[in-house]
Design a protein. Sequence first.
Length: 91
Amino acid sequence: MLEQTSVRAAVENEIKQLLPDQELSSLSGREELYELGMNSLTLARLIIQLEAVIGVDPFSQGATIADVRSVADLVATYERALAASPDNTPA
């Protein structure tokens, strides 16, 4: 499972892999997902990839996809899920 500090890097990396034709050298986080060229199918693929990379599924923990509009929203959603994950609590 990733550390919270790596969530942003993972999200950005997966977005860049899913949208190779876009020039996404650096993302500020403020970009709306639709502005990047992401549609519902690529968003679904992104969520599947992020679950595999990050190790949590925030949308099975109560987060709603309707609240995710920007890259920063997506990062924050995964960071919250990672922090709340039972695997992330100190022993």
